[in-house]
Design a protein around this ligand. Sequence first.
Ligand code: SF4
Ligand code: SF4
Length: 712
Amino acid sequence: MLDAIRHGLVSKKRATCPEDPDERARHIKSFAYFQDTPMVGIARLSEAVKTKQVKSLAAGIDTTMADLKDAIEAPSKSMDGHTLAIILLCPFNRDPEPDEAGYLWMQNAAAHRGSVRATETAVVLANYLRVLGYDARAHSGSASDVDFNYLTVAAGLAAVEGDKLLNPFVGDRFQVALVTTDFEMTTDQPIAPLSEQPASLTSGISWTLGYGSAKNARTLDPFDKRSYASGPHPFETLKRVKTPTTHIDEARVARVPKRADMFARSKFGDMGKANQDASKGGYFVQKSPLAQALRRPLGAFLVLQDGPSAQEIDPKARDPKSNADGIKALAYFLGTDAVGISRCPEWVWYSHDANCDPITPEHPNAISFIVDQGFDTTEGSSGDDWIAVVQSMRAYLRFSLLGGIVAKHIRNLGYKAQVHTNIQSEVVHPPLLLLSGLGEVSRIGEVIVNPFLGPRLKSGVITTDMPLTHDKPIDFGMQAFCEACNKCARECPSGAITAGPKLMFNGYEIWKSDSPKCTTYRLTQKGGAMCGRCMKTCPWNVEGLQHERPLRWMAMNVPAMAGILAKLDDLVGNGQINPKKRWWWDLKWQPDGSCEMINAEKAPPNYRQLQTDLKLNYEDQTLAVYPADLAPPPWPFPFPMDREKGIEAYHALITAKEYQRRLDEGVDTPTTHRLGQPNEAPVIRVEVSKAEQMTDGITRYDLVSLDGTPLP
Ligand code: SF4
Ligand code: SF4
């Protein structure tokens, strides 16, 4: 699929981006590093290397994409104007051992894995340059028009040693993908032969102890001393519990239609014209050219989220424990940050999908993934500036790619497997993260916090009928911590996060936030694109470094210290902006295809400092919630949101203790469940014959019944 979209349309107008070639190279390389490509070089492209020959650096890459062959071989435009190549190098981690979980599925796959990960970045970079109005094409191990070997050496990423290309840090254990373009930048020089490199490069004290660069002897391969199945983070050290640390009344959880999602409600005009306009064509994402570049492959992967399974079940994939370990190993081998496995109960499924069709839960198991949104970029950001939406899209794309591979693998083994991404999901993710031990409920609301990544994560889920053993929920002290801290509520620019207690909402005990406030801010704010300031400022937004371990241990094991630790976090300035890490350009794309640098005087990008002096009182907050009985029916019609009713509904929420007391006394609860109710209404298929914008901002639709059923 990445090969199918490696080239495409170029914006007609060129962006008003910086022209300095050094600055351009810095920016493009930073974007590649942000996407976790560890080594990047830029080389001049000569006619001699546009040879239409694929020279894979590692053996074993072949083109086995018959289903996409036509797309890959579609007539391509000329590369005549291309002058430069950006080379993206992805090293291999260690080879899996024959006796470790998942070995049969991972053996001999390092080159393919490296190629996929490098190509992910290449396709996104090429797309970005085309959005900026420059021609660019990605080249992968399975579809290329240029000589990889020559360009890798020319860009200084490897030296020729005998009959091999060797990189000074990882030898010949790497794969590359690249981008050719007419976007002029400063190029790199080739490196001297390895025999002439300083001996200290990979054996000196800095390299060994890890000073001076993020990658070093200790961090180069996270699986050097760990099995793939156990992942890069020490999940085995966490306390496991039988049930999540917040109450879930499983019998009464309300299943709601996808139509109740706040982004869907914005799109249908339920939340006013400003939200609806911002949603048109996904403008709240598209307005950032970086996010637009990431969004395109995300859309392309949609067609790969599900598919047919092999007719026979692989006899080696019948044992639930070995399957669970193998799937985790595979997901970590590919590069996800954390995986957990749980049951997939009926109550986590939406009642109706985005087409308004009822959903029948089919798969009993869920494999939940989380992807880090990137510590360094988060540190440089205010959380609600022009990089916020890009961080989200990057993490969503990563899951869509890796989850898609794992699901396809499960289907190849003879089981059903469906990927649920941010674009199309039939399950609600947060409860699955709780059940699979990937985190706990936090004050932020629907955001689950992980002990190693904090709230700086995006999730994705694969549902399947593959037999799998389940993980248990975790308890790392988050409930006590959030009781004593309200930094996210204090820093939220829309005032959406409660400073009050946890309450029962739709059957879940959570710190229920005002989702319409949050969604409206994310869609319509002018100083950036989207928001993740709560994630940025949370004390659990940590890098996972050695020196953080004592604090993490204390937060997990001494609940009484939570308040002091939260204050300490403010005192040391955590959550401030680190200007050195602001690598991106503040560019804004317009639907007419123009793309300009933001005028900081006319439209200053958000650059917030911590509001440590702000005393936030729960009593002063006005919050609104929309439980299942106020949710829209699954039909694609406007269903205006009534804020007064939402405020009333918030006041009617009760604590888990009171909820249980009422249930024990046989009294109904305010979150009366609505499971199955939408199915009871008749379905009439209609077509919109006319849409008219009224002066009050509401859109009026004229409808025609498609099957002759009279319209009510
Ligand atoms: Fe508030 Fe932004 Fe977090 Fe929404 S995403 S809750 S607006 S800080
Ligand atoms: Fe909990 Fe504080 Fe993080 Fe908010 S900022 S989620 S209250 S720890």
